[in-house]
Write a protein that binds this ligand. Sequence first.
Ligand code: MTE
Ligand code: MO
Length: 463
Amino acid sequence: MQPLASDAQTPDHWIPRDGRMIRLTGKHPCNVEAPLSALFNAGFLTPQNLFYVRSHGDTPRFSAKQAHEWKLRVHGLVENEVEFSIQELKAKFPVVTLPVTLVCAGNRRKEQNMIVKGLGFNWGAAGVSTGLFTGVYLADVLEYCKPKNPLLSAYPNYDKPIPGRARHVVFEGADELPKGKYGTSQRLSWALDRSKGMIISWGLNGEDLSPDHGYPLRLVVPGQIGGRMVKWLQRIEVSDCESQHYLHYFDNKLLPTMVTADQARNEDKWWHDPKYIINELNVNAAICSPAHEAILELNSDTPTSEKVAIEGYAYTGGGRRITRVEITLDDGETWKLCDIRYPEDLYRTYPIHNHPYFGSIDLSTTDMSFAWCFWKVDIDVSSLLGDCDAGFVAVRAMDEALSIMPRDMYWNATSMMNSWWFRVAIYRGNSGQALRFEHPTVPGNTERIRDIPDLEGTVLHPD
Ligand SMILES: Nc1nc2c(c(=O)[nH]1)N[C@H]1C(S)=C(S)[C@@H](COP(=O)(O)O)O[C@H]1N2
Ligand SMILES: [Mo]
């Protein structure tokens, strides 16, 4: 890959990038997602060049020499304040690798923006990616530094610090933003829990993190939204209060549905209420194939015996596992069960130890699921022709906490965590010889529907 001509006039002109990525916020900063089919076809592990990017500002530029001299400072309410180089992290603590799915809280946001525009930009359904992250457990590093006087409950009075008692762990990146550096925090009780899998990571899919993904060091918090995974990680502070960074308060919140975008803009109180913070992901799924604008030619002799595969991804948060995926062709009257594949289970069946790069990749001793799964179902074309009363196919998933994707949208001012059924419309050409599929959105600010003159289909049954 080469730096892109379209980046030439921006502060990111030096970064090699994949020209297929879809820009969501104009030229700069870099907020991109892959075309959904390219992401899906890449399979379980997303190559870094197709891995979605969410950066609030200019991408910090560090040379190999600066990475070699990188200092991760751990300080605050700890017995041992330490500065670790990356080599020291590797030498002092066991090196581990985990397959982890990252999802921006804004994934699928455009579906909400099309109903009532909220505060955020237009993500499609590819604000999600999965990689093998290599690093050391945050819990090991914290144990080494010894939090002082720890208080392992954030409640009651979450937002009222008890001076001197370690209750939160604050992370800060190197990027300079208009309102200060990017930072956020975790509760100490979670950060100390190795089973939650939080790692300080330098490697993604067996190579250095690319500049867009946090080179040389980032935090990875499996099962939580991407916004908690601080890139270009420079500083960890054990504290009696949560992060005071601007974007810890004014981003990644799920405000109540009646709070309008204007209210959210003008009334700070919503952002300071700890009830509305987003940490763990919610259950979500999308149809990846048929793709947007896919056309299925019908065989006029034997249309009834034809099958079409409907497939896509699903994920959820907190280390929970997806336990069912269902599709409906009649707006939820009846459902069909899909087959599910969990590629991460390969790392339970075939754990790897003492690998020179990955250290250990071993999910055989944990029931946590930190990665997306893939689902598929074959349906009869005839059911799309005859019985598809809704004019769309929709998918919903459930996880092991029995959380299920809702029929209705939970609209909110930041349009985050959108997880209503993912619906793909089915149009029938005038000739009746082909079906055309239409996804709910096209990512970014392009038109929702591009005309396809020769298939200006009539909707089977318009809503
Ligand atoms: N330092 C820093 N860390 C950051 C961000 C940022 O802008 N600066 N963006 C966050 C958000 S909102 C997300 S979704 C993820 C995206 O990670 P990625 O770009 O590697 O996919 O990084 C998070 N960490
Ligand atoms: Mo995000």
